[in-house]
Design a protein around this ligand. Structure first.
Ligand code: HEC
Ligand code: HEC
Length: 251
């Protein structure tokens, strides 16, 4: 039981999918000021490194807003990088500033984005939204080309369980003999709201459930080479790389 409480004790953090301040100009400015006060000493005023490492190539190397937030919160044990107890919104503002000074190079792919878009409509859209169209079992991908590197996208497709997106962790429940698999949408001490694989949004009382088992595997199917060949993967990557601003990819 205690394990369970641990795993799901922070529903707001889990529900946090992307930085709420991404692209928010005033939060970026505030984040820059916080960085200057708390981090510049070790990472340099421009975050390009001094006692601590250069933080600007992180996004290009596949780091995400969530993983950066987590590192700043926890610190790096065994190094001089300290943990931080600052409120979430301050850390997200710092992350937004770091993001703004980092470059995500446009994704390079030899594929054809139009073919990729057709593949997406056939194989992905049932679970993923782009510009308000599509399913919601998986994350909204409207700006995925801006927030994920090529490497991160390849891993998301070929080996989804290697890194499960925040707020989309799998849970298995048993409710009156029925086995239910889905992602947790919200949770408090007494109840849990789950979006099931077959698209039902269920609100359940925890006391009534025989099992509540968080699982580490993603609900995203593995798109191995027999399901999605390398040239199809290139086409999909070319399309996903165009998804950088609200509204652009859907047309
Ligand atoms: C006392 C010096 C110090 C301070 C202050 C400090 N850091 Fe660090 N930071 C480091 C060092 C050293 C590392 C590398 C740790 C390691 O991997 O061994 C690091 C690592 C990191 C990393 C991970 C880098 C990577 O590529 O793995 C991030 C992100 C980061 N710091 C952000 C911040 C932010 C944001 C702040 C301010 C809130 C901050 N740090 C404050 C010294 C510091
Ligand atoms: C049955 C539903 C389902 C289908 C079909 C599906 N996905 Fe997913 N996808 C998910 C879920 C759930 C997650 C969140 C867990 C994870 O990160 O693995 C996810 C995660 C992702 C991520 C990572 C997002 C992030 O923020 O890191 C990407 C990228 C992605 N999917 C792309 C695709 C593409 C492209 C296709 C089609 C080839 C596809 N998905 C098909 C359910 C699905």
């Amino acid at each position: 039981m205690s394990l369970l409480v641990c795993a799901w004790a922070a529903p707001s953090a889990l529900a946090q999918q992307l930085n709420p301040f991404e692209g928010d100009a005033s939060a970026v400015t505030a984040g820059g000021a916080l960085f200057a006060g708390r981090c510049a000493d070790c990472h340099g005023a421009d975050a390009k490194g001094s006692r601590g490492p250069d933080l600007t190539p992180r996004w290009a190397a596949g780091a995400t807003a969530e993983s950066t937030f987590a590192t700043i919160r926890r610190g790096v044990p065994g190094s001089i990088m300290p943990p931080s107890a600052a409120p979430d919104h301050e850390l997200w503002a710092i992350v937004a500033w770091l993001r703004s000074i980092s470059i995500t190079p446009r994704l390079v792919s030899s594929g054809d984005p139009a073919r990729g878009r057709a593949l997406f409509a056939a194989q992905c859209q049932q679970c993923h939204r782009v510009a308000a169209q599509g399913g919601s079992l998986g994350p909204d991908l409207t700006q995925i080309g801006l927030t994920r590197s090529r490497e991160a996208l390849v891993t998301a497709l070929r080996d989804p369980s290697a890194s499960v997106a925040a707020g989309f962790h799998t849970v298995e429940l048993v409710n009156r003999g029925e086995r239910i698999e889905g992602v947790i949408k919200s949770e408090d001490a007494f109840s849990i709201q789950v979006l099931t694989v077959d698209g039902r949004l269920l609100g359940l009382r925890k006391a009534a459930l025989a099992t509540i088992a968080p699982r580490s595997e993603s609900l995203m199917p593995v798109f191995s080479t027999d399901k999605l060949g390398d040239s199809e993967l290139e086409d999909l990557l070319a399309y996903l790389g165009t998804l950088r601003e609200p509204g652009t990819g859907a047309k």
